[in-house]
Ligand binder design. Structure first.
Ligand SMILES: N[C@@H](CCC(=O)N[C@@H](CSS)C(=O)NCC(=O)O)C(=O)O
Length: 309
């Protein structure tokens, strides 16, 4: 019964446009969100999927009015994990029907913790996915492959790193009926990928876009102009209610949204010229573990793995 739901969506959209009001009310946004979520739970044709992308671009929001979040599906598992030494976020995602799971940006020192959690929850880890070749820590992909046989490592081809599967923009990494979709967002490094799950309204930005910040561009073929352009064209053009999940935070923040970062990111709200100046003057020390991390991550972590279990 797709047509009636879409008609309802169009009718609501038309009536909102007819009001020609500058702002959309929170009730209308909630109604749109509910309809959107119902649509999102079906298999969509491309035209219908386009509605999802445009939903929150139709109307202006007052600066402080957050668009309603898309609730996670009942069969979607999400867990954010943290490594306090490198301030890295790792994400465990799973299909609660098939129990297939993936992990994004695992950290070597936390591989045993993550493997135990996956076992406790009865998941099968299909893929250990990296957003890019990290400079500040060694990926846990290699050790997870040993602890959980059957798991395959995934990274972008452009990263230049070894992995079981090398992906390109547009590729999907599936777990059960869910999948992350890849957007190439080079800038922090050549091979940076951002992963999107449209149905759940979430975006895993790696180091490309951090909460009120972004990845540095002073090594690993970093390029401020390409980071700026990729964030604007590929991340800021996503629906504003999508949640942003970065690979790091140094201030204890957990998540953000496209809406927030488009308005409040102190670097990316500037012009390209100002942004480039900011990035050229960050004067950050090199990550402490860079000399160990880069060679290990080039092998996707299958290198210098701790010997005990
Ligand atoms: N102090 C940490 C490294 C901190 C750092 O450089 N973070 C990177 C991401 S990891 S390569 C970054 O891009 N930071 C941007 C910023 O504005 O902080 C260490 O020694 O490991």
């Amino acid at each position: 019964m797709r047509v009636p739901k879409l008609s309802l969506f169009s009718t609501l959209r038309q009536s909102l446009l007819a009001q020609q009001s500058k702002y959309i009310s929170i009730q209308s946004l909630r109604a749109l969100s509910t309809i959107h979520h119902k649509i999102a739970n079906q298999n969509l044709c491309p035209q219908q999927s386009f509605l999802k992308q445009t939903q929150f671009r139709l109307h202006h929001c007052p600066a402080n009015m957050l668009p309603p979040r898309i609730p996670f599906s009942e069969d979607f598992f999400f867990r954010q994990l943290f490594d306090s030494e490198s301030s890295t976020y790792t994400y465990l995602l799973a299909d609660l029907t098939t129990h297939e799971a993936i992990i994004i940006d695992p950290v070597l020192e936390q591989a045993k913790r993550d493997a135990q959690l996956i076992k406790d929850l009865g998941f099968t880890l299909k893929y250990a996915v990296n957003t890019h070749m990290h400079a500040d820590h060694i990926t846990g992909s290699g050790w997870l492959k040993q602890l959980l046989p059957g798991c395959k490592s995934v990274i972008s081809e452009a990263s230049g790193a070894k992995a079981d599967i090398k992906i390109h923009e547009g590729d999907k990494v599936e777990f059960g009926r869910h999948a992350i979709e890849s957007l190439a967002t080079p800038g922090h490094t050549n091979g940076c990928m951002t992963y999107v799950i449209p149905e759940q309204g979430c975006v895993f930005t790696g180091d490309t876009l951090l909460i009120r910040g972004c990845g540095r561009t002073d090594f690993q073929e970093g390029n401020s102009k390409s980071l700026y352009e990729n964030v604007h064209s590929k991340i800021f053009s996503l629906p504003e209610n999508y949640r942003i999940y970065p690979a790091h935070d140094y201030k204890g923040q957990l998540e953000s949204s496209v809406f927030e970062e488009k308005r409040y990111n102190p670097r990316l709200t500037k012009s390209l010229e100002e942004f480039t100046k900011i990035m050229d003057n960050l004067n950050l020390p090199y990550p402490k573990k860079i000399d160990k991390s880069l060679p290990a991550n080039k092998e996707c972590g299958v290198y210098d793995i701790p010997k005990e279990e």
